[in-house]
Design a protein around this ligand. Structure first.
Ligand code: LUZ
Ligand code: MOS
Length: 724
């Protein structure tokens, strides 16, 4: 049978359409000016600004049409270029002609770096002597790693309501993780002292770091509108504006070199991290060190030299996002482990196990680790996944199937808890017991759906000896608890529940004195008695995380109060013909210590894992060369859903953590990192589909894209089909 030659070109993607044809040297590029609304009128079009930008620019309007400005065939009611009025959104008003299609923009951090366009100075952390160590290694592997950005897609977009008051100041409701941060920025913008700006946050529909710093601008714009008009102003971004105009997780481009002994012991690790900071500094200087602190992942490596650089590009300023630079650093080290394992011909798990942090190990930034829980959680997780059996089942499946391949990967977690900026590790609480025995608790914590309020209520009730139903968690307000920090860095409950506990214990001490005088009273009766006896039923307390210090010059210190450990095993099945895959199972053992509320904590672990898996495999933030966000809607930016997610089997590791309120541990961010196992599970299946890829020394398959997160279906297909 003869094939239609056009069809063959179409199927191979080799057809030339208009946009594929070569462009003449003097070709002009045309763009339309479209009407911005459904109807409107205009006097004329002023193109002088465009014309002064470039002498090569021309703007043509209806007046330039030499013949009849009319497209209508049956009825002449459709001008080609609008004349004085438009009648639908998108109607063409003018034609712009220019020598190039778009303003060139820098979107690649390495390009910015090459131009010397960096923010502040690069930071280098080192320990030992990598040069000498590399010389004594049996094996040195190197590679390049890309990780993409991530859109927060908080359920509620950025928004604020500002109400002017007669003092010349404003009261704001703001969807912010940091009411005090918003207060400071609004005061600066309005040129008033902070005591004229009151900010309240009742709750947010999600934040994920996107409202740590970047809620301030929207609040300040609303405040500006309010003071200028004397009227309340509401500003809410629609989803597309929010996606285009707000910061996201930083994309990174990195290079690594890892040296090992033949038995899998890692002797040396070097890396350069090029952080795509976007056009402004924002939180990048706090995010970059978290990448560096997590550069060696869960592993002890005696010789380390790593450098991170914030590169300034023409993209939206990237910002805090759950994990805060940690995931980007952890992905790089796991890529190095995968490559080393491939070359050594072993399961990456062997290298992971061999180098896992032990009690008393010193990190490359000089922090001594105690209460290390890496081995216990990893072993429990491997047992849960029946790992050796799982491996043989996968091998048997892969031997028996050509069109489908299975893969698995393990990720051991070690994540530092505390703000990398030490100053931020503080919080306060104000507790009132009303004389009917009901309780009001205010802290610096903001509720974004993560359940911090529930945890604080449980801790407060226990410390007061009051029923939890009597405890109300107030909205977060700058006038009740001042000078707070963002609810962030997973520390919301650690810091604020601790402050609440201190205040509640103080109150309980006062009540206990009364209880001794009049035994047998319940909490409400005690409160009434205290009021009658003129005992203060309010208490304020403050908590600052102890023991943190860091010498920025020496890059040395104890930046974290403690670490959270855990492990994940993720499995995937790949359709070798289509390049599509699905995740099958996720086994997670997570170091929760004593859980304040297991339901809240389970939600955090599962939700964070879903978000991490989305980052690692699915969510692709795409900008074009002119810096335009192409993935600016939820139809072009794909989020994890219930069908994308594997079966999740989550177990808590519950050894108490005496350092923290209620023997608990922070939970917000650490489980996100388990998503990294998803990337490598798919890669494992891809390797099974191209077995020659497992012998890098023998093949040019090294040229395939191995480490380019997220592992979208498109990339998986390319891995399977790219010729090298
Ligand atoms: N925010 C911040 C964070 O300012 N410092 C941090 O270290 C941090 N870590 C995680 C998330 N947000
Ligand atoms: Mo931060 S990424 O808001 O915990």
């Amino acid at each position: 049978m003869k094939h239609n030659p056009d069809a063959i070109l179409n199927v191979l993607g080799k057809t030339s359409y208009i946009d594929d044809l070569p462009e003449n040297a003097d070709m002009l590029h045309a763009a339309i000016v479209a009407s911005p609304s459904a109807h409107g009128t205009f006097q004329g079009l002023d193109a002088s600004a465009a014309l002064t930008m470039d002498p090569g620019v021309r703007v043509l309007t209806a007046a330039d049409v030499p013949g009849e400005n009319q497209l209508g065939t049956a009825v002449p009611d459709e001008p080609m270029l609008a004349e004085g009025a438009w009648h639908f959104r998108g109607q063409v008003l003018a034609l712009v002609l220019a020598p190039s299609r778009s303003l060139p923009a820098v979107t690649d951090p390495r390009v910015a770096f090459a131009k010397g366009d960096i923010i502040l100075s690069p930071r280098t952390q080192s320990m030992g002597d990598t040069k000498a160590a590399f010389a004594s290694c049996d094996l040195v592997v190197s590679g390049r790693v890309e990780s993409g950005g991530q859109e927060h897609v908080y359920l509620e977009t950025q928004g604020s309501i500002a109400v002017p008051d007669d003092s010349g100041g404003v009261r704001l409701m703001s969807g912010t993780q940091s009411p005090s941060g918003v207060q400071a920025i609004v005061a600066r913008i309005l040129g008033v002292p902070m005591n004229l700006v009151e900010v309240e946050t009742r709750r947010m529909g999600g934040a994920f770091g996107g409202k740590e710093d970047q809620a301030s601008g929207w609040a300040a714009l609303a405040a500006l509108g309010a003071v200028k008009t004397g009227r309340p102003v509401k500003l809410y971004l629609n989803r597309r504006d929010d996606m285009v105009s707000t910061g996201k997780r930083h994309p990174y481009s990195s290079d690594f070199r890892m040296g090992l002994k033949n038995d899998g012991t890692i002797l040396a690790f070097e890396a350069d991290y090029y952080q795509n900071a976007g056009a402004a500094t924002d939180l990048s200087p706090a995010i970059l060190p978290r990448t560096l602190f997590h550069a060696t992942g869960a592993y002890h490596i005696p010789n380390v030299r790593i450098t991170g650089t914030m590169c300034r590009t023409n993209l939206v300023p990237f910002t805090a996002f759950r994990g805060f630079g940690g995931p980007q650093g952890l992905f790089v080290i796991e890529c190095a482990v995968e490559k080393a394992a491939r070359v050594l011909g072993v399961d990456p798990l062997e290298i992971q196990k061999k180098n896992l942090y032990r009690e008393g190990d010193i990190t490359h930034f000089g922090m001594k680790l105690d209460d290390v829980r890496g081995r216990e959680t990893l072993e429990l997780c491997l047992a849960k996944a029946r790992y050796p059996q799982l491996r043989s089942e996968i091998a048997a499946f892969n031997a028996a199937n050509k069109a489908f391949k299975k893969g698995a990967a393990v990720f051991p977690l070690c994540f530092g808890i505390s703000f990398t900026k030490i100053m931020l590790n503080q919080g306060g609480a104000l507790v009132h017991v009303y004389n009917d025995g009901s309780v009001s608790v205010s802290t610096g914590a903001t509720e974004m759906g993560q359940g911090v309020g529930r945890k604080i209520a449980l801790v407060a009730a226990k410390a007061l000896g009051a029923p939890v139903e009597k405890v109300r968690i107030e909205s977060t307000r700058t006038t009740t608890v001042a000078n707070t920090v963002a609810t962030a860095a997973s520390t919301g409950a650690d810091i604020n529940a601790m402050a609440a506990q201190i205040a509640c214990r103080e109150l309980r001490t006062r009540l206990d004195a009364l209880a001794a005088e009049s035994p047998g009273l319940d909490f409400a009766a005690l409160a009434a008695k205290a009021y009658e006896k003129r005992v203060d039923l309010s208490a304020h307390a403050f908590y600052a995380t102890p023991g943190l210090f860091y010498d920025m010059k020496a890059e040395h210190g104890t930046p974290f109060f403690y670490h959270v450990y855990g492990a994940a095993v993720v499995t995937a099945t790949l359709d070798v013909i289509r390049g599509s895959y699905r995740f099958d199972d996720a086994f997670i053992v997570h170091d929760i210590a004593e859980s304040i509320d297991p339901v809240v904590d389970l939600g955090q672990v599962e939700g964070a894992f879903a978000q991490g898996l989305g980052w690692a495999a699915l969510e692709e933030l795409k900008f074009d060369d002119s810096g335009r966000l192409l993935s600016d809607t939820l139809s072009t930016y794909k989020l994890p859903d219930s069908r994308f997610m594997p079966r999740m089997d989550v177990e808590f590791y519950t050894r108490p953590n005496p350092k923290v309120v209620a023997n608990s541990k922070a939970v917000g961010e650490p489980p996100l990192m388990y998503g990294i196992a998803g990337y490598f599970a798919v890669l494992d299946a891809l390797k099974a589909a191209r077995p020659e890829a497992n012998r890098p020394e023998a093949s040019s398959l090294d040229k395939l894209v191995w480490y380019d997160l997220p592992m979208t279906l498109e990339k998986a297909l390319r891995f399977l089909t790219d010729t090298v």
